[in-house]
Design a protein around this ligand. Structure first.
Ligand code: F6R
Length: 613
């Protein structure tokens, strides 16, 4: 994972780099570092610190201690070597001729390291980045200091993924960058040029960006930006204007990004819905999907990771109920290695907030090789999945900063409902009137989410009671089970409470032995036909000592005879309940995390964009 930022221009580089890195900490936050070319001494100075970015900010006096207008910085999520000052980036060649920051994994770094050791290079860290830096140095010297040729020669030998920012000590004011399978953008404003792993890092300074593609290189100087392919031939690239609101990447008065993003869900749901409606009808023309293709569609594959996979589980229930299309849902990390036999009349849907998740991207590429149509449901505009999928449906969630997803998940659900209704109408399994009623109901979801949010204090009160819980179980059937998967993930990832999601009927096949006095079991009961069965399973665990929390729709008040604490959500079409029932579970995870003193937005060991497999 990791985040990189670089700047060259008229202003002092270090404060700009630190500001950019602060927006990328979601990509990793176990150490950070910066390299700035100091014009006075004509040398590149490097400062690194273990731990959060704050350490580097303090060490460099908010960047003011580093003089110079050209530099690169990095915030790390350790892959090779423990988080330490030594392993932190930037890395450098023995004479500091080449200095580099890197996001990605160099798979053949052992082999390259050995090669360089035989040439006399010594190594000070355990990282793959040091190896690639020294490989560039090796070729830089061999090509008599030709930066593009040395990069090209080095990168052709590299297997794996990289977004690299590189400085050469005899080329003041110039930054080089290159990319393969890890995100990298270039930006420019009147005063300077930027490289970054993601848009929020430079959004306060420019909206004009270029997306760097695989096996491309860039040269940024004060005067110009030049793009090259890996053979060193100059290429042209189209500038893209980012429409995101810089404010929406800030906390806006909330204590944490996660809470802000939970509160943004009514708007995100509304915006995503409106993006695909025209004159009251679903319009997927901009996506590129056409009715002819949909009519012949027999099978849908949904591939994703983590929460996006949970959206896929919801999608299976919804789409199979509304259409005659069979749906298979797979974890991208499994799918990509199991050589699936995908029939011709299939569509493979890849769901991803970041659009850069390594396994999801690899799955997409594998499917494309089989010449099967692919649809990306993606949040980050211009990300790899968005660009490489045949069709792209953008979720209108804006930048999501908290590591645990909330609003992007909600926006992905909306895309799935729309897709299901569209397919149902086109393929004739849903009558026009039914589609219209469902769309009308979807339009009520933002207000219904808002209503649930007004009850958050009650959930906070309950969360405080269970802040010291050790284990939790989330149970439900059908779509309620899909909600459980996401509720349980929210709980464990941000509060560090062990939690499991179970199809309610499965519990008694082994897991029930874990129920002890006081174990919290959260039952989801939004599906009229299945709710009663889940309630029976809750009675079973209650009689073994469990404390019960229920989530159900207003009106099901008799549940209070069995369940200790009930949260009610407004009634909606049974297909859309995930959009409402997930809200109390997000809040429960959030408040337990806060009560336990966990860093909600940046829980340990995680990163927002998982660009390694
Ligand atoms: C959990 C979470 C992750 C992501 C997963 C996929 O809160 O955010 O499980 O859903 O890493 O990421 P994307 O959607 O970027 O492909």
């Amino acid at each position: 994972m990791c985040g990189i930022v670089g700047y060259t221009g008229d202003e002092s580089a270090a404060p700009i780099i630190l500001e950019g890195l602060s927006k990328l900490e979601y990509r990793g936050y176990d150490s950070a570092g910066m390299a700035v070319f100091n014009d006075k001494i004509q040398k590149i100075e490097i400062v690194k610190e273990k731990g959060r970015l704050q350490g580097l900010i303090e060490k460099t006096n908010a960047g003011n201690a580093m003089m110079g207008c050209c530099g690169i910085g990095h915030t790390r999520w350790a892959t090779h070597g423990i988080p330490s000052q030594k392993n932190a980036h930037p890395h450098f060649s023995d004479d500091k001729m080449v200095v580099a920051v890197h996001n990605g994994i160099i798979e053949n770094f052992h082999e390259l390291k050995e090669y360089l050791q035989n040439k006399g290079y010594e190594f000070y860290s355990e990282t793959d980045t040091e190896t690639v830096t020294k490989l560039i140095d090796y070729y830089y010297k061999k090509t008599e200091h030709n930066p593009l040729e040395s990069l090209s020669k080095a990168l052709i030998r590299v297997r794996g993924s990289y977004a690299l920012g590189i400085m050469f000590s005899d080329r003041p004011g110039v930054i080089y960058a290159a990319r393969k399978d890890s995100p990298l953008i270039v930006g420019k404003n009147d005063g300077g040029k930027f490289i970054a792993s993601d848009v929020p890092a430079i959004l306060s300074r420019t909206r004009n960006v270029y997306y760097i593609d695989n096996m491309e290189m860039v040269e940024l100087s004060g005067e110009e930006i030049k793009f090259y392919n890996i053979d060193g031939e100059e290429i042209t690239k189209e500038q893209v204007t980012i429409n995101w609101d810089a404010q929406s990447a800030e906390k806006g008065g909330y204590e944490h990004f996660m809470m802000k993003e939970i509160h943004e869900q009514p708007k995100v749901v509304k915006d995503t819905l409106q993006a695909f409606l025209k004159d009251g009808q679903i319009d997927l023309k901009d996506v590129g999907l056409n009715e002819e293709m949909m009519k012949s569609l027999k099978k849908l594959y949904i591939i994703a990771c983590g929460s996006a996979y949970h959206v896929g589980v919801t999608a299976k229930y919804v789409i199979e109920d509304l259409t005659d299309v069979m749906v298979e849902v797979d974890l991208a990390s499994e799918f990509r290695y199991r050589d699936p036999k995908i029939p011709e009349d299939s569509l493979v849907v890849i769901i991803s907030q970041s659009g850069e998740t390594a396994d999801s991207l690899a799955a997409l590429r594998m499917v494309k090789e089989k010449e099967i149509n692919t649809l990306g449901i993606v949040n980050v505009v211009g990300s790899s999945i968005a660009r490489e999928a045949d069709y792209t449906m953008y979720t209108i969630a804006g930048p999501e900063i908290a590591v645990a997803t909330t609003k992007a998940y909600s926006a992905q659900l909306i895309c799935i409902y729309l897709l299901a209704i569209y397919m149902g109408r086109v393929k004739g399994s849903l009558e026009e009137k039914v589609c219209q009623d469902m769309l009308q109901e979807m339009m009520t979801l933002p207000d219904k989410i808002e209503k649930i949010l007004t009850d958050k204090d009650r959930i906070q009160w309950f969360a405080n009671k269970f802040a010291s819980a050790k284990d939790m179980f989330f149970i439900g059937r059908g779509l309620d089970y899909a909600i459980c998967l996401e509720g349980s993930l929210k709980m464990k990832e941000i509060s560090y409470v062990h939690s499991e999601a179970y199809a309610a009927g499965e519990l008694k096949h082994g897991t029930i032995s874990l129920i002890e006095d006081g174990t919290l079991v959260v039952g989801l009961m939004t599906q009229t036909s299945l709710g009663e069965k889940t309630l029976s399973n809750m009675v079973e665990v209650k009689s073994r000592g469990a404390y019960l929390m229920g989530v159900t729709e207003y009106g099901n008040y008799n549940i209070e005879n069995t369940v200790n604490f009930v949260v009610y959500v407004p009634k909606t079409d049974a297909h859309f309940t995930s959009s409402l029932a997930i809200i109390p579970l997000q809040l429960l995870g959030y408040y337990i995390s806060v009560a336990r003193g966990v860093d909600v937005d940046k829980p340990r060991n995680l990163a927002k964009s998982v660009t390694v497999e």
